[in-house]
Design a protein around this ligand. Structure first.
Ligand code: 5RP
Length: 248
């Protein structure tokens, strides 16, 4: 299988940020070899990874994958990438996924695309997780991007109140808002798991580990978008080229 064959079949974005995202995705793809069990992330950057993987699968690469969302499942199926249930594979060799924010310690905020629950389940079952992103996602302090919290629909307003209390108790006062399906729309966004998402607008997240644990202790909270201890490496693409954090 020659590299140029499969790469020639990929769409070449023209927007500079999209070019960066694709570069990061293709660098992560170099870590994939036949026989691997993979977690497939969700979002516009992960999409480039799945596109590249599909092109390599068409050229004979043998992998088996678990998608982290229905959107990624549909994309992978359209590319004939073999899929399996995580329960049948149990452990995965590698997950490649995007992030909304990342700090130098590879701590992440995820869930901007609403797939945080499945993304975290898949990341937790993976021996390694590579984050792919443009370098604007690397931040000194997490929190400028609103922290998503996925909640059960039952009495969700009460759960939101309890989330606001937890934020205050952990030194993180900020607005909590129900995510809309469309920006400014009246209809709430519903996740693949049939839950709502509340976004916590904090500007900067303080006492991260304490906040993560306290959010999970709220009845009605299904999962939150703080990914602590999951990412093992990151490939960040900028106008100057690729930057790697951690060991690929
Ligand atoms: C989806 C996610 C995405 O990985 C995150 O939103 C980054 O997406 P993009 O690559 O489009 O910036 O967490 O739930």
């Amino acid at each position: 299988m020659s590299d140029s064959n499969w790469q020639a079949r990929l769409l070449a974005p023209t927007d500079p940020v999209e070019v960066m995202k694709q570069k990061a995705a293709l660098r992560a793809l170099e870590q994939v070899s036949s026989g691997m069990k993979l977690g497939l992330g969700t979002g516009s950057t992960a999409r480039y990874f799945v596109d590249g993987l599909g092109a390599k699968v068409a050229d004979g690469l043998q992998v088996i994958c678990v998608p982290t969302s229905e959107a990624t499942r549909a994309q992978a199926e359209s590319l004939n990438i073999p899929l399996a249930e995580l329960g049948d594979l149990q452990r995965l060799d590698l997950t490649v996924d995007g992030a909304d924010e990342m700090d130098a310690q590879l701590r992440l905020v995820k869930g901007g695309g609403g797939a945080l629950l499945r993304e975290k389940i898949v990341a937790a079952a993976s021996d390694a997780m590579i984050v792919i992103a443009d370098d604007s996602k690397l931040v000194e302090n997490l929190g400028a991007f609103a922290l998503p919290v996925e909640v059960n629909m039952f009495a969700h307003q009460a759960t939101a109140q309890a989330i606001a209390d937890v934020l205050r108790q952990t030194g993180n006062a900020g607005e909590v808002s129900l995510r809309a399906a469309l920006p400014g729309g009246a209809e709430a966004f519903v996740t693949d798991g049939g839950h709502y998402i509340y976004d916590c607008h904090l500007r900067q997240i303080n006492n991260i580990e304490q906040l993560a644990a306290a959010l999970l202790a709220v009845p009605g909270v299904v999962e939150h978008g703080l990914f602590l201890g999951y990412a093992t490496a990151a490939v960040l693409a900028g106008s100057d080229g690729l930057q790697e954090v951690g060991k690929l």
